[in-house]
Write a protein that binds this ligand. Structure first.
Ligand code: FE2
Length: 300
């Protein structure tokens, strides 16, 4: 790993993201991909019947399987991989049909546990200035060739909301080269500052309160709407397998569909919340549970 210096930290503070090259070696990358392959091997589509994970359009209700996935390992299909009944299309290869696996790989799967609590990450997070960092969720995202859908512009604090605002960062580790063609991340540099100035996020994604579920007819919902971001202000950030991007919780980012024939874009990502002086919002879809509370980074 190239060392992160104070200019890098200033750049992170200015731009809202930071590329760290060669964070993990080729062997370590393969280790994570193999661990994921074993997880998919274990999936019995008949028993588990994963739902599709919609990244665009109406994301209002993600249902109970999603809502209760914070302390489990659960699978979500690409929308284009399932039929109208939500079942895997006939003859579809499950390895090429999954959108993501989440959200407690960092605790429940030993390989991801090892790399999540890696000394290099602890060092980075310390440099960024987090005092009591804790891991709140983790995901393996496949961005499958041909069918990997777009993720529209958003900020992560929409999903992981804190008081004060934006006390969350994302660690996004490429396990395959992330290029413009197969759906790398795009950012609006400095957009986290606009959100800070505005004093709140434009959209929240929340769990519906117990007493309102019947009336609302859903378990989760979005409130508010994103502005029409100027497409020309997004910059692509292609990275190589083994590189990582540190993402500020308030910076606007997106990814385009994977338009390649055979180049998936696997990544492992997780989120870290600053627990010192921070309150986790009760309406967040993700809540710590007694089985899996948010895990302090220095606890392992
Ligand atoms: Fe994101």
């Amino acid at each position: 790993m190239e060392s992160v210096n104070s200019a890098d930290i200033s750049s992170f503070e200015e731009r809202g993201f930071l590329v760290v090259e060669n964070l993990f070696s080729k062997l370590e990358v393969e280790d994570m991909k193999t661990a994921c392959h074993k997880l998919v091997d274990k999936l019995d589509p008949e028993k588990e019947s994963p739902p599709a994970f919609k990244t665009s359009g109406d994301q209002k209700d993600r249902g109970d399987y999603f809502l209760t996935s914070g302390d489990k390992i659960r699978y979500f299909y690409e929308t284009a991989a399932v039929d109208e009944d939500g079942r895997l299309k006939n003859g579809a290869d499950k390895f090429k049909s999954i959108n993501k696996i989440g959200h407690a790989l960092h605790v429940l799967e030993p390989t991801f546990n090892k790399y999540t609590f890696d000394e290099r990450i602890k060092c980075l997070v310390d440099r960024i200035g987090m005092r009591q960092p804790a891991v709140c969720q983790s995901m393996y995202i496949f961005k499958q060739a041909r069918i990997g859908g777009a993720v529209p512009p958003h900020l992560d604090a929409t999903y992981l909301y804190t008081h004060p605002l934006g006390k969350v960062i994302g660690i996004w580790i490429a396990l395959e080269d992330a290029k413009i063609e197969n759906g790398c991340l795009w950012f609006i540099p400095g957009s986290h500052k606009e959100v800070e100035k505005a004093g709140d996020v434009p959209v929240r994604f929340v769990r519906v309160k117990e007493e309102d579920i019947k009336q609302e007819g859903c378990l989760t919902k979005s409130t508010g709407s994103y502005p029409d971001y100027d497409e020309s202000t997004f910059v692509p950030v292609p990275i190589k397998a083994g590189d990582a991007i540190i993402i500020h919780g308030l910076v606007v980012h997106k990814s385009e569909p994977n338009k390649t024939e055979n180049q998936s874009r696997h990544i492992y990502t997780y989120h870290i919340v600053e627990q010192e002086g921070t309150t986790w919002d009760q309406d967040n879809w993700l809540q710590p549970t007694t089985q899996i509370p948010f895990t302090p980074l220095d606890s392992q």
